[in-house]
Structure formats: structure tokens, C-alpha cells
Design a protein around this ligand. Structure first.
Ligand SMILES: Nc1nc2c(ncn2[C@@H]2O[C@H](COP(=O)(O)OP(=O)(O)OP(=O)(O)O)[C@@H](O)[C@H]2O)c(=O)[nH]1
Ligand SMILES: [Mg+2]
Length: 471
């Protein structure tokens, strides 16, 4: 009696291990991180990706969709109960409603689980039934990723770094004046600390608006519920002799360290460490429009982002990840619908060159990386327009500002990306060959065809790179 029940117990134990194993193998969730700096297009990317995975008529470059192997795609409750849900339905309603508009800016991490029921391909096709892939998509601000570099720096090092970088920037002058009034070694005075932090935050916003990317600490621009708290009330100060205890400098140092341990580390532990695949969205056209310094800055930002994904780079991360690594990273130049397709190869070459340089500089070996030019939501149509006896490849759309239709030509991107990247590296003030224009278009009114998601450019290729192998 006892023996049988024991044996039964063992057997059912074995069975549940076996079924557990097959679920583990086949239903392993994939966590896809979507990041990029503010306004780079994360919300629109996720919304369009999910809509196009649910209705796959425009996803021919995703092999599982082309082969008709995706039997169903549906949203499910996400695994993390304390992370806000990505507001898919409202964002989609904004984009495809009768008076379409862009979704609101988002300020924190959010998450969505999309489950795909897929028939296996190749040899397994006849042997196995469909299996389910859970795709957990996580939207988080790229600024938070750049904060990783702070973990390796003391307050003195960080201050010296920042102060030397911003010295020549007009956006920083107000902060620098404020800083020169402060006596680092003088005793800590809260109104002064607040004035310094406010001036520094003001600089960060102005720098961001001017197209600079090195705008850390990331939470200063996206404070959320930390607004006004001491962890966000510090600023870089030069180190003079050895500042005594209780001095302004020491208090700033203490807050900087608190920012690292109470803000930066928890983000890496709770979100970053669990990501399997990553897309980094880059608004490269805006950077080119802003000029060589913004392009150079973008290159630095991409290097910093890549080095966050390089195992072994940072003690804290190495311990945290314990051997786990991100499998794929896609750098995607977004909003390619601002360019006629005749210029897409040039844009792709630029983003590829930037990625390659970032890889070399970060001495990156690890994840599989790729770069492409894409648009999550296509808002324009293409048009050739006569100009000085030749034809300009333009795009036509509704201008966001005026609501009027207009044709737009941003300027000729060079065939050789070095024509932009070299002057950028050499610190040029402006482009030699004319200027590049930027333009904001409103989403075009849409009627979605049955079975098709919103129109896009190469979103299917992005999906193929990111999850194609797992389908
Ligand atoms: N033409 C075009 N514009 C786009 C596209 N994707 C994003 N945009 C523009 O970029 C803006 C920002 O897009 P979001 O998706 O909200 O960007 P985000 O990265 O989520 O922004 P934050 O949440 O503020 O960090 C939009 O309001 C649009 O103006 C696209 O595919 N095509
Ligand atoms: Mg957003």
C-alpha cells in the first residue's frame, strides 16, 4: 500500500518534471526591451508592432507570418504585477482613430504580454502541435540605461567629466554662473543646493532640446514621483582641496551616491537584468538636423548603451546578471517615413556605421547586433518634385504644426556616411554641405484593411531580427 503510493508519487513526480520541462522549453517567455531617448518613438513602435503581430497582413518579412505558421496572437495578463501595463488600446486608438494623433509622452517603465500560437517549421512540423511563445515587451527610457556609467564613477570623477564636457555649451551658462557662486567647501545650505540642482536640470532639458544625448542623471529629466527628493537634488561641483564634512560638496557627494544605490541599481536589478532581446530606437534624422555635435554625441550615447550590454564591463552588473546575457540588439533609425525610399540606403549606412563604431569603441563581443532604418507608422506618401531642372525625391504628409499638406525634402544624405561622421568626430560646428531639415508629420487618417495592421516601413524586418528565430 505504502509502496504503491510512494511509487505513484515518484511516477507523477517524474511526469510533472517532464511536462514542466516541455513547458519550460516551448513556453519560455522572451523579454523584449524597447528603449531609446525621449521622443525617439518607443510608444509608437510597441503599439504598431503589437497591432501588426495581431493582424499580420503587412508582415511578409517575418518568416513565420509569411509561412502562415502564426495561428493566433493575443494579449494576456503580464507576469509582473507591480509594473504599469503598456496602454496598448489607448495608444492604438490615438493612432488609428477618426482624428488620428500621436500618443502622449510616457514617463516610466511599462510592460505588455503578447502571446503567439505558432506551428513549428521544418522537421518538427509534422510531429508537434502548435506551441505558444510569450513575448513580454518592456518600454523603458534610454536615459536610465546611460546612468549605468555613473556606477563606475565617484562624485569627483563624474563632476570633473560633466564640467569639462559642458563648459563650451551655451545651454550650460546659467548653471555655470550659479556654480561659480557656490563655495564647494562652504557649509551645506539647502536653498543653494536646490538652486544648483534646478539650474543643472534646466541645463539638461535645454541640452536635450538642442539634440544632446549625454543628459545624465537620467531621472533629472524624468523624475516621476522622485521629483523634489534629495536623490535628485544635486549637481556637479569641482573638487577643491579636501572639502570638510558638512560642506556643500560632501552633501552633494552623498546624494550622488544615494542616486546610484536607490535609483540606478534598482532599475538594473528589476528591469534591465531580465531582458533577453533589445531594440534601441534612434531618431538619427533629428540628430543630423541638429548638427555635427549632436551626431557625435549620438555616437557616444550608442557606445554607452552598447557597453551596458557587454558582460563583464561593470562589477555590479556582472554580479547581477550571473552569466545571463542579452541575445540580440537592434539599433533602429526611426521615422524613416520622413525620407523618400531613394534615401533609405544612405540612412541605413549611417546607422550601420554608427553601430559599428560604437561596437569597436565598446570593444563589444556578445549579442548579435544589427542596424536598420524603419518607420513604425508611415505617415507620408512619396513624390518626385521638379527643382532647378532636376527631380527631388520628396515625401508628402500633413504637417503636425499647421495641419496643412506639404511636400518635404530633408536634404541629400551622403552616399558615404563618413562625410557626416568624420566632421562630427573632428568637432565641426556645422555641416559643410548645406543643412538638413527636420519636419514633424501628423499620423494620416487610416482605414485598416481586414487582417492588416497600421502601415509601416521595415517593422517586419525588425521583428524578424528580434524574434524570428524563436517562432
Ligand atoms: N513620422 C513618424 N513619426 C513618428 C514615428 N514614430 C514616432 N514618431 C514621432 O515621434 C514622436 C514620439 O513618439 P513616441 O512613440 O511617443 O516616442 P517615445 O520614445 O515613446 O517618447 P517618450 O515616451 O516621450 O519618451 C511622436 O509623437 C511622433 O511625432 C513614425 O514611425 N513616423
Ligand atoms: Mg513613450
Amino acid at each position: 500500500m505504502v509502496i504503491t503510493s510512494l511509487a505513484d508519487g515518484v511516477m507523477s513526480g517524474v511526469e510533472s518534471v517532464a511536462s514542466g520541462l516541455s513547458t519550460a522549453l516551448f513556453d519560455r517567455p522572451i523579454r523584449l526591451g524597447v528603449t531609446g531617448l525621449a521622443r525617439s518613438g518607443k510608444t509608437v513602435f510597441i503599439t504598431s508592432l503589437v497591432a501588426n503581430l495581431m493582424d499580420r497582413g503587412r508582415m511578409l518579412q517575418l518568416s513565420a507570418a509569411r509561412e502562415g505558421r502564426i495561428e493566433a496572437a493575443f494579449l494576456q495578463p503580464q507576469p509582473d504585477d507591480t509594473v504599469p501595463r503598456f496602454d496598448y488600446e489607448n495608444h492604438l486608438a490615438a493612432l488609428i482613430g477618426p482624428s488620428p494623433h500621436w500618443p502622449e509622452s510616457t514617463r516610466a517603465v511599462s510592460e505588455l504580454r503578447l502571446s503567439l500560437k505558432v506551428r513549428p517549421s521544418g522537421l518538427l512540423a509534422g510531429l508537434q502541435g502548435p506551441r505558444t511563445l510569450h513575448l513580454d515587451i518592456v518600454d523603458y527610457p534610454g536615459e536610465w540605461l546611460l546612468d549605468l556609467a555613473l556606477l563606475d564613477k565617484s562624485y569627483a570623477e563624474w563632476s570633473a567629466d560633466v564640467l569639462s564636457r559642458i563648459a563650451g555649451r551655451p545651454q550650460a551658462q546659467e548653471f555655470l554662473t550659479e556654480k561659480s557662486k557656490a563655495a564647494s567647501a562652504g557649509s551645506h545650505d539647502e536653498p543653494q543646493a536646490q538652486a544648483l540642482a534646478a539650474a543643472f536640470t534646466g541645463y539638461l532639458s535645454a541640452a536635450r532640446a538642442a539634440g544632446f544625448y549625454d543628459c545624465t542623471p537620467g531621472r533629472f529629466l524624468l523624475p516621476g514621483d522622485l521629483q523634489g527628493s534629495p536623490v535628485l537634488t544635486f549637481a556637479p561641483l569641482p573638487l577643491e582641496a579636501s572639502p570638510p564634512r558638512g560642506s556643500l560638496w560632501r552633501e552633494m557627494e552623498r546624494r550622488y551616491e544615494a542616486y546610484k544605490s536607490k535609483v540606478v541599481k534598482p532599475f538594473f536589478r528589476d528591469h534591465f537584468a531580465r531582458i533577453d532581446r533589445q531594440v534601441v530606437l534612434v531618431d538619427a534624422l533629428s540628430a543630423i538636423h541638429s548638427g555635427p555635435q549632436a551626431v557625435e554625441d549620438l555616437r557616444h550615447a550608442m557606445t554607452d548603451i552598447l557597453s551596458a550590454f557587454k558582460p563583464g564591463r561593470n562589477h555590479f552588473l556582472t554580479r547581477l546578471l550571473g552569466g545571463k546575457r542579452v541575445e540580440k540588439i537592434l539599433f533602429a533609425a526611426t521615422k524613416a517615413d520622413h525620407l523618400h525610399h531613394a534615401q533609405h540606403p544612405q540612412m541605413t549606412a549611417i546607422i550601420e556605421a554608427l553601430t559599428r563604431e560604437a561596437q569597436d569603441r565598446a570593444r563589444f563581443a556578445g549579442a548579435d547586433t544589427a542596424a536598420l532604418a524603419m518607420a513604425s507608422l508611415r505617415t507620408t506618401t512619396e513624390e518626385m518634385r521638379p527643382h532647378n531642372g532636376s527631380e527631388l525625391p520628396c515625401v508628402r504628409g500633413t504637417l503636425l504644426e499647421t495641419g496643412k499638406q506639404a511636400a518635404f525634402y530633408p536634404g541629400a544624405l551622403p552616399q558615404d556616411p563618413a562625410q557626416l561622421l568624420t566632421p562630427a568626430r573632428q568637432g565641426a560646428e556645422r555641416w559643410l554641405e548645406g543643412d538638413y531639415q527636420a519636419m514633424a508629420f501628423a499620423p494620416a487618417p487610416l482605414t485598416l484593411k481586414h487582417g492588416s495592421g497600421p502601415p509601416h516601413i521595415r517593422l517586419d524586418r525588425a521583428a524578424e531580427f528580434l524574434i524570428g528565430d524563436a517562432l
